[in-house]
Design a protein around this ligand. Structure first.
Ligand code: HEC
Length: 116
């Protein structure tokens, strides 16, 4: 009985793992951003969420290519992991993989020269 249950859990984990392809990770990051980050960072990441009014310094404008160019992936991941200024840490809520996917998602928010 116990073995059967463990097997079920194992298969569940396998299936969950298989669903986490690259595209899926990006979709998840987009949904997480809308849910947990947009209130401060704005829906499009421009730093203009409704809660940003009360914050000093303001959240950065991720839609600005200059802002994106000035910060490394490592610094973005560190801010999400440990928090920065008035932003809370997300290491209890997001896995290292989810944070990596979030950094990749943030990178899509600014138009790059190659895309335009
Ligand atoms: C309570 C409002 C708030 C929430 C919620 C929030 N942030 Fe922030 N975030 C900020 C502020 C304010 C800053 C700027 C902090 C500073 O420079 O002192 C910031 C900075 C950052 C930075 C660093 C940017 C840089 O150039 O160093 C990243 C990356 C980031 N946020 C991502 C996120 C992500 C991803 C989420 C959701 C999982 C999130 N934030 C949720 C307010 C918030």
């Amino acid at each position: 009985m116990r073995v059967v249950r463990l097997l079920g859990i194992g298969i569940g984990i396998l299936l969950a793992g298989a669903a986490t392809t690259r595209g899926q990770a990006q979709d998840d990051a987009s949904a997480t951003f809308a849910q947990k980050c947009a209130m401060c960072h704005g829906k499009a990441g421009a730093g203009d969420g409704p809660a940003a009014v009360a914050l000093t310094p303001k959240p950065p404008n991720f839609a600005d290519p200059k802002v994106q160019a000035a910060v490394t992936d490592e610094a973005l991941a560190a801010a999400i992991t440990n928090g920065k200024g008035s932003m809370p840490a997300y290491k209890e809520q997001l896995t290292p993989q989810a944070i990596k996917a979030m950094v990749a998602y943030l990178r899509t928010l600014a138009p790059s020269d190659t895309k335009r």
